[in-house]
Ligand binder design. Structure first.
Ligand SMILES: *Cc1c(COP(=O)(O)O)cnc(C)c1O
Length: 229
């Protein structure tokens, strides 16, 4: 048994317990192992323990790892900030992009995906910057409806839902507040006719709060791999 086996088992246990509290089916919550600044060997260990979805924040680091792990059937999720000049590589080499935050980025991803050898559309989420966040990334709640409808119309992309990365909070009530807000925004878009099924929210410190508020994909780094250097 490697450390990763034990860590992954502990994360699955937390996911199961949170789903029990929430009255949800654990099969409805996907685990993305966020492997930024972790080694290729650590990813192999997690893969050997059954993990299939991995998230990367830095494009070049992600591409290097994909090349080193090309024989593994991994689903790669891009979860970092995305600049225009990186959209081609992201569209060609990742299965999901969680951090679409403006139309120009979405249009470039769509163009490059369309021109690539891949038949499948690129699954994506719009990153939402909820009130109180200091980060510059993410569309505001006010920008969201127009952006979401425009992204949903782009061929080559499949808009799946919303993602957020709130400021850390140390108690569950405060952790839940932004997740509840994201869920409300998703439900609003659905009521406007968009077929969305994904809430990408929850990390090592707040996955329980995210699951209680309806997360369908949690993005877990340190609880799976241990601390990053
Ligand atoms: C690093 C990162 C994570 C994982 O964070 P942990 O606290 O290590 O679980 C999740 N999502 C994004 C966007 C990240 O950058």
């Amino acid at each position: 048994m490697t450390d990763t086996d034990g860590h992954l088992a502990a994360v699955h246990e937390r996911l199961r317990n949170a789903c029990r509290r929430a009255g949800r089916n654990p099969e409805d919550v996907g685990l993305i192992a966020v492997s930024k600044r972790q080694t290729v060997a650590a990813i192999r260990d997690a893969y050997a323990a059954g993990q299939r979805a991995f998230g990367e924040n830095y494009l070049q680091e992600g591409l290097d790892k994909q090349q080193a792990l090309a024989e593994l059937a991994i689903s790669w999720h891009f979860v970092g900030p995305l600049q225009s000049n990186k959209t081609k590589a992201a569209a060609e080499h990742f299965d999901w992009v969680h951090t679409v935050d403006r139309l120009k980025i979405a249009q470039r991803l769509a163009q490059h995906r369309h021109a690539s050898a891949t038949d499948a559309p690129l699954d994506c989420c719009i990153q939402v910057n909820l009130s109180g966040e200091t980060s510059k990334s993410g569309a505001t709640a006010a920008e969201l409806p127009e952006l979401a409808h425009a992204v949903a119309r782009l061929p080559g992309l499949r808009l799946r839902g919303l993602m957020t990365l709130p400021e850390p909070a140390d108690n569950e009530a405060d952790q839940r507040a932004p997740f509840a807000e994201l869920r409300r925004l998703l439900e609003e878009l659905r009521s406007e006719g968009l077929a969305l099924d994904t809430l990408s929210m929850g990390m090592s410190a707040d996955l329980e709060a995210a699951i209680l508020e309806g997360a369908t994909l949690v993005r877990i780094g340190t609880a799976v791999f241990g601390p990053r250097d």
